[in-house]
Ligand binder design. Structure first.
Ligand code: NAP
Length: 394
């Protein structure tokens, strides 16, 4: 029987790679809902190609455009944030959660509440509301299968039955395009330079996060929520080749790693097939051609984000939601050329510190606290960025 699959963020980098894997296994999947935002042409083309039952844009003003693009196909069309939540809650076997940013949180939660197995690409869900998200998943008995290449690697290496014998989880980071640049050269980096990732082809937000290494920070936070480990057991190291996707170290001295060429279609196929395996046509790894694998420590002075993420986990409560919102504001400001590259992580840290002084870091009981922290942090980060810009101008 074909698995019923919905995709949130269908037109993005992860969404398109997911559809590419499905294309290679057409008989194994039946596409229910495809959800996107602004890219109506791609959404309509995919809905037609895969015979989706439902196509949804989050943007109400684009309803007519989508409706016209799918006229005569019989594919149901809907628009707006409520329609996104309804699409997420339609019963399926698996749903790919690949909307970018905290905008993906409520749709992923709606899917979870409906009992749909979540293939989780959106990392901001766990960073902002990890306790809440995983708490609900556990209470409902719903599986959350990580898609992010590092956590997908850990999924393959983490022996749940031997969880007490896990000493460390080690995430690998490519180091992004500026790994070897001197600190004083980082200041003038442009969005165009930062958007060129050496190994991975990804959406804009995650590419900038990779360049600041905030991506690794977000992933450390994700790993904490996905796997039964303490903050002190989480580690990240630089591995510029992106061949070893992450490692799990055990008390007997064994270290298990997952290797592969850097292509998101592999972790996506693992998630779609889990616990079975699906074939893909990704480039095969040739270790002798590679010759050697390189690892180095993260230079915390140039890349403070992983440290900040671990501190944020220790702060607990809504600190993660504040870090995430401030980072989204900072990345947008950088892309709009309103904030220098070297201030992105600084703005996030400053927002967290001011939030703490103002008593804004609160325990997280539900979505209301996450929403409030998100709004407060966006306002605070925006205000801090504006003050900085006017100081720079004056
Ligand atoms: N790309 C990777 O290799 C990678 C790896 C690991 C994890 N991730 C994570 O996966 C998530 C997606 O990343 P990506 O690189 O695929 O991002 P992306 O290429 O920017 O795509 C984002 C997707 O989200 C949709 N979207 C944006 N805002 C929306 C909203 N308010 N409601 C509904 N849909 C919305 C976009 O629709 P339109 O295009 O139609 O506007 C698009 O389909 C991120 O959380 C990222 O951190 C990505």
């Amino acid at each position: 029987m074909a698995k019923r699959l919905s995709i949130l963020g269908a037109t993005g980098s992860i969404g398109q790679s997911t559809l590419d894997v499905v294309r290679q296994h057409r008989e194994a999947f039946a596409i229910e809902a495809l959800v996107a935002n602004a890219n109506i042409a791609q959404l309509a083309a995919d809905a037609r190609e895969f015979g989706a039952k439902l196509a949804v844009t989050a943007d109400e003003t684009r309803y007519r455009e989508l409706k016209d693009a799918l006229a005569g196909t019989g594919i149901e069309v809907a628009a707006g944030p409520e329609a996104v939540l309804e699409a997420a809650a339609q019963p399926v076997d698996q749903i790919m959660a690949a909307i970018v940013g905290v905008a993906g949180l409520e749709p992923a939660l709606a899917a979870l509440e409906a009992g749909n197995t979540i293939l989780l690409a959106n990392k901001e869900c766990l960073v902002s509301a990890g306790e809440l998200f995983m708490g609900r998943a556990q209470a409902l008995g719903v599986d959350v299968v990580p898609v992010d290449s590092e956590h997908n690697a850990i999924l393959q290496c983490f022996e749940r039955r031997n969880a007490a014998r896990v000493e460390r989880i080690i995430l690998t980071a490519s180091g992004g395009p500026f790994r070897t640049r001197a600190l004083e050269e980082l200041h003038g980096i442009t969005p165009e330079e930062a958007l060129k990732h050496p190994n991975w082809d990804m959406g804009a937000k995650v590419t900038i996060d990779s360049a600041t290494l905030m991506n690794k920070g977000l992933e450390l936070m994700e790993a904490y929520h996905l796997y039964p480990v303490e903050v002190e057991q989480l580690d990240a190291i630089i591995h510029p080749q992106s061949i070893v996707h992450s490692l799990v170290a055990y008390a007997d001295g064994s270290v298990l790693a997952q290797l592969g060429t850097p292509d998101m279609r592999t972790p996506i196929a693992v998630a779609l097939g889990w616990p079975e395996r699906l074939a893909t046509n990704v480039a095969r790894l040739d270790l002798t051609a590679l010759g050697r694998l390189v690892f180095e420590p993260i230079d915390e002075e140039r890349f403070p984000a992983p440290r900040l993420a671990l501190e944020t986990l220790k702060r607990g409560g809504t600190a993660g939601a504040i870090l995430n919102a401030a980072n989204e504001v900072a990345v947008e400001a950088f892309l709009a050329r309103e904030l220098p590259f070297t201030r992105i992580v600084g703005l996030v840290e400053e927002t967290l510190n001011v939030a703490e002084r103002q008593g804004l870091i609160a325990p997280m009981h539900g979505l209301d606290e996450v929403r409030a922290a998100d709004v407060q942090a966006r306002n605070l980060a925006g205000e801090l960025a504006r003050r900085r810009a006017s100081r720079a101008a004056g």
